[in-house]
Design a protein around this ligand. Structure first.
Ligand SMILES: *[C@@H]1O[C@H](CO)[C@@H](O)[C@H](O)[C@H]1NC(C)=O
Ligand SMILES: *[C@@H]1O[C@H](CO)[C@@H](O)[C@H](O)[C@H]1NC(C)=O
Length: 611
């Protein structure tokens, strides 16, 4: 088939046989060693011998189609001083032809659930048969994703692998994901499928689907057909069939779909259609302009009423139905950003406080946990995830949250990971300082006088004094200036380096580090929909993918960010070639001239010290 994929690839259709070409798969495998006997030609009728398994058979078909269609020519090739991987100067005889790849999978039935074995070995030796060995189908899928990245064009419509190669690979962390939000703005199924493709190519294995939010309710709930009156339109609804198709598409690619219904905060749309009394403060002014009276941290307000008894009937019927559609044992039940001010609006809650003046907001949060968690725990192997706020919120944490609930941390960087793991919680790291993909795009609320200035305002003297005394405290004051964060609460934009360089277990004891299951990069969707999702997620999520699969360090424990540069530049071209609108990271010049665009000439500027 003609190389319709990499438009760029066409420009460099010829690789001189003497030039060592560095294939640079992302994520870098845990162990990869190259032979020295010259390139391996791929037979036109390359045969895959695999056990009977529909998912594996279909994945093989996709891979076979992909490599011939893609005809990949490495784009960003490392040169000295950082050769990766180091190819010796050898005569390329192409005497070896790969005719078959033989799979062996020891357990064909292991389900795609948390912690399933994803390891594999891939060996392309000097014989005509290569081997892929894995414990599970899911490991075999990762092997195929690697294979797709080591097969390259020979410059003449044929394919080669640069040298015989042996790869032994498995992830550092079992939980590696991206969170998409379809409550703020809708995403079409096509966009969701495209994200799943790219997750799988990157060996990310979780799509965390934040389905609804206060703004809209796009999920069909047959028990309450009125809920989708609060979808953005009758076309912007996910039916049960849609959801099942997404799950099947993702499973076929080794990606788990973990749903989130955020409760009791961020809840208005949908719920209010069941019974308006379920939703507290849904009609209030959100009041950022008079902060002590605020009922929400962003418009529109609304939280489930914790004391109104019928709230729990609604939660149970919605949750039972939603959790019956999704296949994963994990379910995310939210608890993001509950605001105490919202509950001034609830006579049920105010009466409950009056009935016993010793009651606090912590008691209120605990009341919710005690009532809701047994509803959520609706099957034996169900595991719940909550945003960390349920434990770490300053105003309204619960007193006693079951230790088997996984905490997703987003505040205070490593500090909260430490706080939560020290308490014994398993943790998913989504630090907003490092992993949030929506930061740095400016403010999105309307009627905002902060932009109504023609000259950069001078820093207020009290702010600059406070800033000098303590940069962390004064930061938020400074940042709401015109010259500050431009209205994006979590500015600046998180570059791929910010993501890649973050050591997610820093400061933890060995025992605490064991509680870190992995990480997720969230894309909150106030300013994102089908038109932007690709460019906001990719290629940055690929930096997270490598961080969580094989880490950000080399075998000596030194940061390998500078080597990753050419890897991610290369990978971005590949994503674009495969139809994902991944952002450019640098001028093409920098891709063609490795290290010409480095900030420092010193190639150890980012490496040390070893952890
Ligand atoms: C809620 O009531 C408390 C006590 O009356 C008051 O201090 C607080 O400002 C009120 N909050 C809102 C959002 O109205
Ligand atoms: C995190 O902990 C460090 C070390 O104890 C401390 O210096 C820093 O202020 C803390 N940061 C935050 C955001 O809490």
């Amino acid at each position: 088939m003609k190389a319709i994929v990499a438009s760029i690839a066409a420009a460099i259709a010829f690789i001189p046989a003497s030039l060592a070409v560095a294939v640079n798969p992302l994520p870098a495998p845990r162990e990869i060693s190259w032979g020295h006997s010259g390139s391996v030609k791929i037979d036109r009728d390359l045969e895959f011998i695999a056990p009977a398994n529909t998912i594996l058979t279909n994945a093989i078909k996709r891979t076979n189609k992909m490599i011939w269609k893609e005809q990949w020519v490495p784009q960003a090739v490392e040169k000295k001083p950082v050769d990766y991987p180091p190819f010796p100067d050898v005569k390329r005889s192409e005497s070896i032809t790969l005719k078959k790849i033989k799979f062996s999978v020891s357990d064909l039935h292991a389900d795609l659930q948390a912690g399933v074995d994803e390891s594999y070995t891939l060996e392309i030796g000097t014989g005509s048969t290569g081997t892929i060995k894995s414990k599970t189908v899911w490991g075999a899928l990762h092997a195929l994703a690697t294979l797709e990245q080591i097969v390259i064009s020979d410059g003449h419509k044929g394919l080669i692998i640069e040298e015989p190669v042996t790869i032994k690979d498995e992830p550092l962390y079992p939980h590696r994901g991206v969170m998409l939000d379809t409550g703020r703005n809708f995403l079409s199924l096509k966009s969701i499928y495209r994200q799943i493709d790219a997750l799988a190519w990157s060996k990310l294995n979780v799509l965390h689907w934040h389905i609804d939010d206060a703004q809209s309710w796009p999920l069909e709930i047959k028990a309450h057909p009125k809920m989708t009156k609060d979808a953005y339109s009758s076309k912007e609804i996910y039916t049960h069939t849609d959801v099942k198709n997404v799950i099947a598409y993702a499973k076929a690619r080794g990606v788990r779909v973990i749903p989130e219904i955020d409760m009791p905060g961020h809840s208005a749309s949908g719920w209010r259609q069941i019974d308006p009394k379920i939703v507290a403060c849904g009609n209030s002014w959100w009041s950022n302009d008079n902060w002590p009276a605020h009922t929400a941290v962003e418009p529109n307000p609304g939280q489930l009423d914790i004391i109104y008894p019928k709230t729990y009937d609604a939660i149970k019927s919605v949750y039972d139905e939603a959790s019956s559609i999704f296949a994963d044992n994990y379910f995310h039940v939210g608890f993001d950003e509950l605001q105490v001010g919202c509950y001034n609006d609830s006579s049920y809650i105010q009466d409950w406080f009056k009935a016993d003046p010793s009651r606090t907001y912590q008691d209120l949060a605990q009341y919710y946990i005690d009532k809701a968690v047994p509803i959520f725990q609706n099957k034996k192997d169900r595991r719940l995830i909550m945003w960390e706020d349920v434990v770490t919120s300053a105003d309204i944490p619960a007193k006693n949250v079951p230790k088997n609930i996984i905490m997703q941390t987003w505040n205070n960087g490593p500090n909260n990971t430490k706080v939560l793991t020290a308490k014994g919680y398993d943790v998913i790291v989504s630090s907003s300082d490092f992993f949030y993909l929506d930061c740095g795009f400016g403010g999105w609320v309307g009627n905002d006088p902060r932009y109504n200035v023609d000259y950069s305002p001078p820093l207020d003297a009290s702010i600059s004094d406070a800033f000098a005394a303590d940069p962390t405290t004064a930061y938020s004051a400074v940042s709401f200036n015109y010259g500050g964060n431009g209205g994006s609460w979590c500015a600046p934009y998180k570059t791929w380096q910010r993501i890649y360089d973050y050591d997610i277990t820093i400061g933890l004891t060995k025992a605490e580090a064991k509680h870190v299951l992995g990480g997720e990069a969230p894309l909150w969707a106030e300013q994102s929909d089908d038109t932007t999702v690709d460019s906001k997620v990719w290629p940055r999520a690929a930096a997270l993918a490598e961080l969580l699969w094989s880490g950000n360090r080399d075998s000596k424990g030194l940061k390998r960010t500078t080597q990753m540069t050419s890897r991610i530049l290369n990978y971005r071209e590949r994503l674009v070639g495969r139809g994902v609108g991944a952002s450019p990271l640098m001028p093409r010049y920098c891709l063609n001239n490795p290290h010409a665009c480095d900030l420092y000439l010193d190639q150890t500027a980012v490496t040390g010290p070893a952890l």
